[in-house]
Design a protein around this ligand. Structure first.
Ligand code: ZN
Length: 101
C-alpha cells in the first residue's frame, strides 16, 4: 500500500470513530472517549492532518474528547475582537478561537 492509500483509509476510520463517539457521548461517555482516543491514535500514527471540525473536539490540554453542550462550554467573547471561548469541563482549560470579522 502506498502512503496516499493509507492516509485515505486512516481518514475514513477517524471519521467513523468520531461519528461513533458523538453518537455515544450522551449514552456512554466512557465508550465515547474510547472511540475518540482511538481516532486520535490513528491520526498520530499515520500523521494525517485532522480537519478543524474534528480537532476542536479535543481539549488541547488534557486531550480528552469534548463536545459542546456535553462536556465543554462554548461562549462568545464580549471583547472587541470577536472570539469564542471554549472551556473544557474536564480540566477547566479555556482556549480562544478568534473569529475573523
Ligand atoms: Zn481539558
Amino acid at each position: 500500500m502506498n502512503k496516499k492509500n493509507i492516509e485515505r483509509i486512516a481518514t475514513e476510520r477517524i471519521e467513523i470513530l468520531i461519528d461513533n463517539a458523538l453518537n455515544e457521548i450522551n449514552r456512554d461517555e466512557k465508550l465515547s472517549q474510547t472511540y475518540a482516543k482511538l481516532a486520535l491514535k490513528i491520526g498520530m500514527r499515520v500523521r494525517v492532518r485532522m480537519p478543524y471540525s474534528i480537532r476542536q473536539l479535543f481539549c488541547r490540554k488534557c486531550k480528552q474528547f469534548i463536545v459542546p453542550g456535553v462536556n465543554s462550554r462554548v461562549r462568545i467573547g464580549r471583547t472587541r475582537v470577536k472570539c469564542i471561548r471554549i472551556t473544557c469541563m474536564k480540566c477547566n482549560h479555556v482556549y480562544r478561537k478568534i473569529i475573523a470579522v
